[in-house]
Write a protein that binds this ligand. Structure first.
Ligand code: FAD
Length: 468
């Protein structure tokens, strides 16, 4: 049966686009190198019609399909299992920008478009597509929507879900749903778009999306501020929200150790501020001139210093300097990977709970696993922290993870849920947190999720083993 299916797939998309054998790590190993699978075949269709034909062929053969975009996901959701029986469906050849409607402020892109290419296409028309994250040079719009990605601009523009107006989807039976509406208002029954956004490839395959665009801000300016505590950083956030209003587009928190990993692994990067326990990156986007917006940010930071929220600060003097500050922040996950295997917690908390959570959790983890190194950074403005752990200096990372990961997760997630938070803020559930969701999710919610999955994918062939 498998050989017959592979032959059929070759007929459908061309033999050169059906890959088998060794050397497929780019598709079969996840970004963090924690999941290593083996596919029956990697199939690379060229358009939505070919995607539909591939899915129909797999459904007829009873073979599971794992959709994949840029393979930058962090929860093991986009690589096949080790059985050699799943088809990995790569969307990267669906990479056309189909339309930009400047009057309607919308852009329609195919699922395999790299996020940066979508940003650039909007920028070329003097418009803004604000979704932005460190993996933007390789992640795809389809993957962003499948994970409901967040990133650095959620504070002002919302996450991927809020930036999506319409979708085109191939169902698990291989039908094509064309829902590429650019309407802001459309109450015609259940919102299927919102069902597919965040479904992580378990309900169908996104082949294109209509996305919201915004007027491009006249000027965007960035600053770094040094704070003594998370409490002071939250105070700065409140002050910035009050003074800058919707102009505040980014507010990122970085703990000292997180930045020290960047210094260790990327020593060529600048070090704009002296060491501080916490560093905040603020971004202001406004309608005034760059000089005027820079002055606004400087005035805010002076006020924050008067109120003892900030000890030291630097405002980027040029766009190049702004990029350099963002580059520091975005290098943290890469520096962490260079440092070795680690435990990631992508958590959300009410902003009001974060200042208490951070020192309390650090104390508890030091008692449980002395020497474990906490790497804490993230989107403080959204209440989203990446609260990660690196093995103690000198320890063998995979042995440390094998011995302690489950207990550490238990401690962190217990506390997060006690505070009304979430154990998956923006990365999704994938394979990594599936059991956590099954164990901790509300039975009512899980029951509804399983009913939806069974209704849309009764054969269970769409990215099995993920989410539910
Ligand atoms: P993949 O990794 O290929 O897939 C992810 C999931 O989506 C899988 O379950 C896959 O099956 C499914 N999928 C992919 N394409 C489709 C499709 N067309 N239809 C249906 N299902 C599909 N995330 C954030 O939210 N915020 C961040 O700030 C952030 N920073 C990151 C920084 C780095 C350095 C890295 C490596 C990742 C980061 N991420 C972040 C993780 C983020 O989820 C991904 O980068 C991105 O959203 C996934 O896109 P992708 O195309 O790589 O998807």
């Amino acid at each position: 049966m498998s050989a017959t299916l592979v032959d059929t797939l070759r007929t459908l998309v061309g033999a050169a686009q059906v890959l088998q054998g060794d050397g497929l790590d780019a598709y079969e190993v996840d970004w963090r190198k924690r999941y290593r699978g083996h596919a029956l075949a990697v199939v690379r269709p060229a358009d939505a019609a070919e995607v539909a034909a591939v899915v129909r062929a797999c459904a007829a053969a009873g073979v599971a399909v794992v959709p994949q975009g840029g393979n930058t996901g962090l929860v093991g959701g986009g690589v096949p299992d080790g059985s050699g029986q799943q088809v990995l469906l790569s969307l990267t050849r669906l990479n056309r920008i189909r339309e930009i409607d400047a009057d309607n402020l919308t852009l329609t892109a195919e699922a395999g478009c790299v996020l940066q290419a979508v940003q650039q296409a909007a920028d070329d028309r003097g418009l803004l597509f604000p979704l932005s994250l460190a993996a933007e040079g390789s992640c795809t719009i389809g993957g962003n929507l499948a994970c409901n990605a967040g990133g650095t601009q959620v504070l002002r523009y919302g996450n991927a879900r809020e930036l999506c107006l319409g979708l085109e989807v191939v169902t698990p039976q291989g039908e094509l749903w064309s829902g590429l509406s650019g309407l802001r208002k459309n109450n015609t029954g259940y919102d299927l778009r919102d069902l597919f956004v965040g479904s992580e490839g378990t309900l169908g395959i996104i082949t294109a999306a209509t996305l919201k665009l915004f007027p491009r801000p006249a000027a965007t300016v960035t600053a770094l501020a040094a704070c003594d505590s998370v409490e002071a950083a939250v105070g700065l956030l409140n002050l910035a929200r009050a003074r800058l209003g919707p102009g505040l587009t980014g507010f990122e928190l970085m703990q000292r150790f997180a930045l020290s990993l960047v210094e260790r692994h990327f020593p060529q990067l600048p070090k704009p501020l002296p060491e501080a326990p916490w560093t905040v990156l603020l971004e202001l986007a406004g309608t005034d001139t760059e000089e005027a917006e820079r002055e606004r940010l400087a005035v805010l930071l002076e006020l924050a210093m008067e109120q003892a929220l900030v000890n030291d600060a630097v405002v980027a003097a040029s766009i190049a300097q702004s990029h350099a500050l963002w580059h520091l922040r975005e290098s943290i996950p890469l520096a962490q990977s260079e440092e070795g295997l680690n435990i990631k917690h992508d958590i959300a908390l009410p902003v009001s709970a974060i200042a208490g959570f951070v020192p309390r959790m650090a104390k508890r983890l030091q008692q449980a696993t002395p020497g474990a190194r906490i790497v804490c950074f993230g989107h403080l403005g959204d209440g989203n922290l990446h609260y990660n752990l690196q093995a103690p200096e000198g320890a063998v990372a995979d042995e440390f993870l094998a011995a302690h990961e489950a207990h550490i997760n238990e401690l962190v997630y217990d506390e997060v849920l006690r505070l009304g938070g979430s154990f998956s803020a923006e990365h999704g559930i994938g394979a990594l947190k599936r059991d956590e969701l099954a164990r901790r999710g509300s039975p009512v919610v899980l029951g509804m999720m399983r009913a939806i999955k069974a209704a849309l994918d009764p054969a269970g062939l769409m990215n099995p083993g993920r989410v539910v």
